[in-house]
Design a protein. Structure first.
Length: 306
């Protein structure tokens, strides 16, 4: 599989502090890599170096076969960038914005095709200033795709979208990768990373603390299955219900939560006990831990500290 991005021992220093501290990773063609981490972890600095917008202090970086610091216009013609806010002139119409920015690329998608991709056909001739925040964010997404890039950097691409629009944008991103495009994604929506990413890289204090598929990260963090139910009202001691369980039991009021690595055995005990007592375990549910739970374990007290 072709490596679109190769990073080896990347270092970036500000003053006496290393914002990026010797990280190494690769991104392959057609892959979505999500870079996660708390504020100040080094995500933005890393991505800006990959884009060629910031110089590194050490290490080697190759993006689309070239050093992004020396790539120049030909390199930028092959990448697309969706910033958190593009800052386009609000007095232009949507169509005018796309036509204007399209001239910066040697190869570009037709404007009508882009409008359809980001669901702005009906707003094409309206001024940007009249659009909602979510609609303006769709313009940002269109600008990142206008040059038909091989590699796309998405920085919080669905901020301001309603839930339905977010889901449709996920479909759009998935369709791009099915055409061989490669995506580097930064997001604070952990469900977005879990849905889209082939692999996830977690940064804390400029270092990689975990890397792998969402499933691999869950295994790495020892993520278990969660069983929830409400304690029944019975004459029998509840120790017979809870004591034999293998998982970790916590509770608040009558609500019980069990995190277990052997859900089949623990669930069999719970349901067997309930059947023997002739009671129902109200609210009984079984779910796997999601990427957000694993992420919070990995970043610990660093999340939200800056």
């Amino acid at each position: 599989m072709t490596a679109v991005i190769e990073v080896d021992d990347l270092i970036k220093t500000y003053g006496g502090s290393r914002a990026v501290d010797g990280i190494s990773f690769a991104v392959h063609e057609g892959e979505v890599l999500a870079i996660l981490g708390p504020n100040g972890a080094g995500k933005s600095t890393t991505v800006e170096i990959l884009e060629g917008h910031r110089f590194r202090d050490g290490g080697n970086v190759r993006v689309l076969g070239v050093d992004p610091a020396e790539g120049g216009r030909r390199f930028r013609d092959r990448i697309g960038i969706v910033l958190q806010s593009a800052g386009v002139d609000s007095e232009f119409t949507v169509r005018e914005v796309l036509e204007l920015y399209g001239f910066a690329y040697s190869k570009r998608r037709p404007v009508d095709e882009l409008l359809a991709m980001v669901e702005l056909e009906e707003k094409a001739d309206e001024r940007v200033s009249t659009l909602s925040g979510g609609q303006q964010r769709r313009i940002d997404l269109a600008l990142g795709l206008i040059g038909d890039p091989e590699l796309i950097f998405l920085d919080e691409p669905t901020t301001g979208f309603d839930p339905a629009a977010r889901r449709r944008s996920w479909d759009l991103i998935s369709n791009l990768t099915s055409l061989g495009r490669t995506v580097v994604l930064t997001t604070h929506y952990l469900d977005e990373a879990e849905h889209l990413a082939d692999r996830v890289l977690v940064l804390v204090d400029g270092r990689i603390v975990a890397e792998g598929t969402p499933a691999e990260l869950k295994a790495f963090a020892g993520a278990g299955t969660i069983i929830r139910f409400d304690l029944p009202t019975v004459d029998a001691p509840l120790g017979g219900l809870l004591d034999p369980l293998s998982g970790t039991v916590t509770g608040r009021g009558r609500a019980v939560e069990i995190v277990t690595s052997v859900p089949t055995a623990d669930l069999a005990h719970l349901t067997g006990w309930a059947l023997a007592q002739g009671v129902e375990l109200a609210g009984l549910s079984v779910t796997s831990q999601d990427l957000e739970s694993v992420y919070l374990q990995l970043v610990g007290d660093n999340e939200g500290s800056q």
